[in-house]
Write a protein that binds this ligand. Structure first.
Ligand SMILES: *[C@@H]1O[C@H](CO)[C@@H](O)[C@H](O)[C@H]1NC(C)=O
Ligand SMILES: *[C@@H]1O[C@H](CO)[C@@H](O)[C@H](O)[C@H]1NC(C)=O
Length: 453
């Protein structure tokens, strides 16, 4: 019994501790999308238009015929977070209800009202997406004015209005709340779709759990799936410490936190595109890439190649790239082989001079373009250089440190930057535009402070 309890509890606990690869915090600024959803969907006007039509199952209202709703006022929507539940929504609006009254005359009722409901935030069982569901919709009459003759007993009029309006309005207005939520929910629709990372694979922002609501934001935890085009999903490395939002952001603001582990997994997809065969002899500020230049560092090259030959350099990244992030600084570590060969006469291929094993890191700068994370690198440091093979006998590869460092910066970094141009996809939700986001490198993650225009 205890064992079973522990099994259940322990799996729950470890589930709760599962380290998400990205976190999204949505403040009220983003949730005010609901306001624009209501405007964009013209839902109240549509409801008003429907009101006059006979609908199956809808009871006629005693005392009023030819009911119509017109002059619907632009709704003012107020939202409040309800911790643990979702969002409390109040739609304040007004409208004129017309019809033929029981007294035979044309009747006009001008009402000002509030529609309130709680939009519970759930995770859709089928799609796994966040979804709002409205509960407890109520219509509160704020003010009612009529053109009913004033010689009628006020009590009778009031009773009539009260019972009539309370009967007709919820049925008329509450579907509007649901319809707006359908509209808002649709704006999450593509959140967990696979998005391409170049040609090599995809990333999918899958929810790790039901989004959590606090008094000032909604938090969505993602367990992203990085999938190779042909092959298995790439597991995100365990970062050790749990991903956490740093403090100091304004209440109600919105942020996205992308872990270094997620970016590292995505870069693993791009590893092959970091390989390069470089044949140009004149590259930037570098001396001509020939055996003569190389002989200046390693005299044995001159013996093997008395006549100057162009150099061909082949770089193969042979370990998955690794990204590290510390406040203000991000480095991309690359491990690979660097093979220098002399170009032979046409058709004779290449003659390998030596192969070096190299470990170097690049300093990364981040930006956003077209809702993709862009990375631009510069060489930080050549960390190690070891001779793996040589056709010119032994030599001290340390003599090449300066030459290789310059070479990586001038000839190879442009190749890496070119490959990185594919960009890394950011979560697609609520029509978010990331272009105004402010980026900050924090401990083990990149923080995007989301700004709306
Ligand atoms: C109706 O909504 C408005 C705007 O949110 C609010 O100021 C007002 O107090 C509400 N009135 C009632 C009667 O609930
Ligand atoms: C979701 O993707 C489909 C197909 O690419 C697109 O037509 C639709 O506009 C997208 N929806 C949203 C809300 O971005």
């Amino acid at each position: 019994m205890l064992r079973i309890l522990c099994l259940a509890l322990c799996s729950l606990l470890s589930g709760a501790r599962a380290d998400p690869g990205a976190l999204l915090r949505l403040g009220m600024d983003v949730m005010n999308q609901v306001q624009s959803a209501m405007d964009e969907s013209h839902i109240l006007e549509k409801m008003a238009a429907e009101a006059g039509k006979k609908q199956p199952g809808m009871k006629p209202i005693k005392g009023i015929t030819n009911l119509k709703v017109k002059d619907v006022q632009l709704p003012v929507i107020t939202l409040n977070f309800v911790p643990g539940v979702g969002i409390f929504q109040c739609v304040a609006t007004g409208m004129t209800i017309t019809g033929k009254s029981f007294m035979g005359g044309n009747m006009e009722i001008i009402v000002v009202l509030n529609i309130t409901a709680t939009n519970r935030l759930l995770q859709d069982e089928e799609t796994g997406l966040p979804t709002f569901k409205s509960e407890g919709c109520e219509v509160i009459l704020v003010n009612v004015k009529t053109n009913l003759p004033s010689n009628m007993l006020p009590k009778v009029v009031n009773k009539f209005l009260d019972s009539t309006l309370h009967k007709v309005l919820p049925g008329l207005m509450c579907p509007a709340i649901d319809a707006v939520l359908v509209y808002v929910n649709r704006k999450w629709a593509n959140l967990s779709d696979p998005m391409p990372v170049g040609q090599m694979g995809t990333v999918k922002y899958v929810l790790a759990s039901t989004p959590a609501t606090t008094a000032s934001y909604i938090q969505v935890d993602f367990s992203p799936v990085v999938q190779q085009q042909k092959g298995k999903a790439i597991k995100l490395a365990d970062a050790g410490a749990a991903l956490q939002f740093p403090g100091g952001y304004a209440e109600g603001s919105s942020q996205l936190l992308v872990s270094a582990a997620l970016l590292t997994a995505e870069l693993a997809l791009l590893r092959k595109s970091f390989n390069a065969d470089i044949r140009e002899t004149m590259i930037g500020e570098l001396p001509p890439q020939t055996t003569v230049t190389l002989a200046g560092f390693i005299p044995a090259v001159a013996k093997a190649y008395p006549k100057s030959k162009p150099l061909v350099t082949q770089i193969r990244i042979n370990k998955p790239p690794k990204l590290t992030m510390n406040p203000g600084k991000s480095l991309l570590h690359l491990h690979g082989t660097l093979k220098m060969s002399a170009a032979q006469q046409q058709g004779k291929g290449l003659a390998s001079i030596f192969v070096l094993e190299a470990h170097f890191n690049l300093k990364v700068q981040y930006s956003v373009r077209e809702n993709r994370l862009q990375m631009a690198t510069t060489l930080d440091r050549l960390l190690s250089l070891a001779r793996k093979s040589s056709s010119i006998g032994q030599f001290n590869e340390k003599e090449l440190t300066g030459f290789i460092t310059d070479y990586l910066q001038e000839a190879y970094i442009p190749v890496v930057n070119d490959a990185l141009q594919v960009g890394l996809p950011l979560p697609d939700f609520l029509a978010m535009n990331y272009n105004l986001a402010q980026l900050d490198i924090v401990e083990n993650a990149l923080l995007l402070d989301l700004k709306l225009d």
